[in-house]
Design a protein around this ligand. Structure first.
Ligand code: NAD
Length: 501
């Protein structure tokens, strides 16, 4: 762990003032801007407009007009694809600036933020390729008198609402696919980390996305996000965030029966058998628990270890976790950065205290770290956790690893499935049958086998049960932003309904 004072990179730093993008115009908000205090440095780094309901409504009207009258939905796939490819190049060219913003606003390590930018550029290129391959189906099997053609049409105006933990990566899992399909959009980033999304607005305008096709409104959820989920002119809501707000989003959208896509929380298990490559697993356990300070929907926050290896493996994980470098997010060697807000740090601490009171053992960490500026949490391990404890069932969203144990494969599956979430899971064994049995029986959208938290633009991602609805990424991601229309065509003379056929 490294104590730090204001780093050199921020010595002459001036907070950046942003404006929001509505109908191709950069605008100020009416009220006092939202100030973002860097979680790892304790100083104001960004100011965004505090958008209002009226701003959200203006943005929706602009997106509606751009969809109904504008050129974007009628362009060829190739034209949209070329604009998205240009956007990808511009993102790559400004990757350091974007990574810096995500780092200082969210508190994540700069090396990790740069990695996320690389992943995002790949997604924009992948979506650009899919823009040219979006097509429906034809049925030439319905008899001589009928030809059926199934069209894929852009669904219309899409509201995109994103969280703070992966600011640029998550908007990149939604926006390029919506644009590829020909939709127009209103985007609301988290009020804690809006900077990189606003720079993306500049990039998209420069790449040639027409005014009104991309609108970005900053502000709070209740003020800006809520009207984006209820307004009758919005056709679809794509939301990533907490399960609680996801539930509210779905209820709001139900009033006008909008399509809803939800990427929500997780409490993801790693199930480990005695025959696994334990060295590889121990590294993955530390990575899974502490990557992004555990503020990750995919965090491997529950270990389900076979009883015969539990004590030894837990001790080895603790040894490795002690070496994880927690510190200044701007230090290129930092592996774990700051916690998003002081309130969230307190919530994480309360989970640890609650688990200890319920009988878990704090095997490592368990408290906040004072590094001079900002708020940090020590990598924490709780052993002796029972499946009924809150810390085993609820998303802590911090660097807290819960260790549970099992005797039989059936018991491991039962423990893994005994929660409301189903986002992802890992299984570790050298036995093919064991991996496939777990892979098929655990109810989660992604199962990693002998690895953890890998991914690719080609692989669909999303959750079972209360982890969400729908899938992002993968070759069907563009289709999610479309409606299906049937053209049922008659060939030759038609027999009237009253006449015998
Ligand atoms: P959050 O639900 O508090 O906020 C997410 C977004 O919703 C923010 O932009 C917020 O302003 C907005 N919002 C809040 N209230 C709203 C309302 N009433 N109407 C409309 N919008 C509203 O989540 P968060 O704290 O920003 O992010 C952390 C959560 O996100 C965790 O639960 C995490 O698991 C989840 N997450 C899921 C995935 C995934 O892909 N499954 C990825 C990242 C994060």
């Amino acid at each position: 762990m490294t104590a730090h004072v204001k780093p050199k990179a921020l010595e002459n730093f001036k907070a950046r003032d942003f404006r929001m993008l509505i109908d191709g115009t950069w605008t100020e908000g009416a009220g006092q801007p939202i100030e973002r205090i860097a979680p790892g440095h304790g100083i104001v780094v960004s100011r965004y407009p505090a958008g209002s309901k009226a701003d959200a409504e203006r943005a929706i009207a602009a997106a509606r007009k751009a969809f109904d009258d504008g050129p974007w939905p009628s362009m060829t796939g190739a034209e949209r694809s070329n604009i998205l490819l240009k956007a990808a190049d511009l993102i790559a060219a400004r990757a350091d600036e974007l990574a810096f913003l995500d780092c200082i606003e969210s508190g994540k390590p700069i090396s990790q933020a740069k990695g996320e930018l690389g992943g995002a550029v790949d997604i924009w290129r992948y979506a650009a390729a899919l823009a040219r391959d979006l097509h429906g189906e034809s049925y030439n099997t319905l008899g001589d008198g009928t030809l059926g053609v199934v069209l894929r049409e852009a669904i219309g105006v899409v509201s995109i609402i994103t969280p703070w933990n992966f600011p640029f990566l998550i908007v990149s899992q939604k926006l390029p696919f919506a644009l590829a399909a020909g939709c127009t959009t209103v985007v609301k980033p988290s009020e804690l980390t809006s900077g990189s999304t606003l720079v993306l607005g500049e990039i998209l305008i420069e790449a040639g996305v027409p005014a009104g096709v991309i609108n970005i409104v900053t502000g709070t959820g209740p003020e800006v996000g809520a009207p984006m989920t209820t307004h009758p002119d919005v056709d679809m809501v794509s939301f990533t965030g907490s399960t609680g707000v996801g539930r509210l989003t779905m209820a709001n959208a139900a009033q006008t029966l909008k399509k809803v896509s939800l990427e929500l929380g997780g409490k993801n298990p790693q199930i480990v058998f005695p025959d696994a490559d334990l060295d590889a697993f121990i590294d993955a356990a530390v990575f899974g628990a502490y990557f992004n300070a555990g503020e990750c929907c995919n965090a491997g926050s529950r270990l389900i270890l076979h009883t015969s290896i539990a004590a030894d493996v837990t001790a080895r994980i603790a040894d490795l976790a002690k070496k994880v470098k927690v510190g200044d997010p701007l230090d290129p060697t930092t592996q774990v950065g700051a916690i998003i807000t002081p309130q969230h740090l307190a919530k994480i601490g309360a989970y640890v205290d609650g688990a200890a009171k319920a009988g878990a053992l704090v095997a490592l960490g368990g408290a906040a770290l004072d590094l001079g500026l900002g708020q940090f949490m020590a990598p924490t391990i709780l052993s002796g956790v029972r499946p009924d404890m809150a810390v085993a069932r609820e998303e802590v969203f911090g660097p807290v690893l819960s260790v549970l144990t099992f005797e039989t494969t059936e018991e491991a599956i039962r423990i893994a499935n005994a929660i409301d979430y189903g986002l992802s899971a890992g299984v570790w064994s050298r036995d093919f049958d064991t991996c496939l049995t777990i892979g098929r029986k655990v109810r989660a959208g992604t199962i990693w086998m002998n690895t953890f938290m890998d991914g690719a633009s080609e692989l669909p991602f999303g959750g079972y049960r209360q982890s969400g609805l729908g899938r992002e990424l993968g070759r069907h991601a563009v289709e999610d932003y479309t409606e299906t229309k049937t053209l049922n065509m008659h060939i030759g003379a038609r027999t009237g309904w009253w006449m015998p056929r």
